[in-house]
Design a protein around this ligand. Sequence first.
Ligand SMILES: C=CC1=C(C)c2cc3[nH]c(cc4nc(cc5[nH]c(cc1n2)c(C)c5CCC(=O)O)C(CCC(=O)O)=C4C)c(C)c3C=C
Ligand code: FE2
Length: 416
Amino acid sequence: MNDKEISRRRLLGTVGAAGATGLALGAAGGAAGYAAASADPAAALTTVGSTAERFHGERQPGITTPTQSHGHLAAFDLAPGAGRREATALMRRWSATAARLMAGEPADDDTGVALDAGPSSLTVTFGFGRTFFDRTGLTAQRPAQLDPLPAFSSDRLDPRRSEGDLWVQIAANDGLVAFHALRAVQKAAGGAARTRWQMTGFNRSPGVTARPMTSRNLMGQVDGTRNPQPSDPDFDRRVFVPATGSGAGTAAQPAWMAGGSYAVVRRIRMLLDDWEKLSLKEQELVIGRRKSDGAPLTGGGETAELDLDRTGPDGSPVIPADAHARISAPEQNAGAAMLRRPFSYHDGAAADGTPDAGLLFVCWQADPLRGFVPVQRKLDRGDALSRFVRHESSGLFAVPGGAPEGEYVGRPLLEP
Ligand SMILES: C=CC1=C(C)c2cc3[nH]c(cc4nc(cc5[nH]c(cc1n2)c(C)c5CCC(=O)O)C(CCC(=O)O)=C4C)c(C)c3C=C
Ligand SMILES: [Fe+2]
């Protein structure tokens, strides 16, 4: 792998090292807050702890930020009686809280949970659900892209753990820093909004592999190999809403979504007891890739192209017709693609004793009808993986562009 490829892959969090886009806050740089308060600031922060992401900017953090090791996803509903005024004040408070915590500074009325740690690549990302717009009298500003996702035959969705007026994604390379931020966001909600659901996930910790590697999921597969890369000429067009408010071939988007993206969030349970009964060969045929290194069954290394036309001695395709990697490939879906940025989760055992574990699947795209929806439709019809997974909750959120310095996320919608 050359240097360019490594830095490109770091950007998407496929490596086990602190983020390339982050800003290391050393003592000389005046890392305010927790670490600066310790006896020896110069020694207090490791590279992992001292790395900071920027809150303010054209785009929100947490979309192309290298995937962190700890994540919390939370949806909130506006409190009864709360409308646009309360939502505006809430987004101001949340943005101020996120900016402070991401810079390694304490929140108002701080709980002290992250007292000794640096920002640890914390990101806080905010989104609006479909119901937010009616609640705030902004129905006319609701993007068509937030229309409900179609029902899929394999859905087993729990409505209480789906959707929501507002969505927050919190992630950091330290569990205490991530939890601290979640509590700060929940406290800053005050009387304006209540937690509707909350889920906790994880990824590999920075630095645990000897070389930069794509992460694995709880089925043991290398997962993330064929994600779109920021260096791809069509990356921005696929993932972000352009400043003009709409992209080629997509439905018009409101101006307030410029620089934003849409997050599809699915809690996908893995039926691990069934999966783990398969032989290695059977597992590899389900995906169409080798488990050891993620390489296509048709050969080459991890990043080699899939040869979808290759047949074996018996005349059947080497990458089976129902293999997940074949069915989800953009070439099989009129170019539909999304940026997958998931977390694994493990919530103990279900009532039947099986592990309640799987993927908090989060994918990003400029338009869900040109990303998640066509691919999931296809997977729903004939993906070999579907026997081993169950979609248990779902959310679709409009994530606006980032807040410039001195502003808050969502200002162009709430106070145009
Ligand atoms: C609708 C979108 C997708 C869902 C839902 C989904 C669930 C899911 N996927 C894996 C494991 C792997 N997925 C891989 C590739 C892959 N998956 C999707 C989409 C969804 N997956 C896409 C678009 C792609 C890339 C296809 C391509 O560009 O060729 C892979 C292979 C490695 C990789 O490219 O990342 C694995 C492994 C699980 C376990 C899962 C649900 C739990
Ligand atoms: Fe997949």
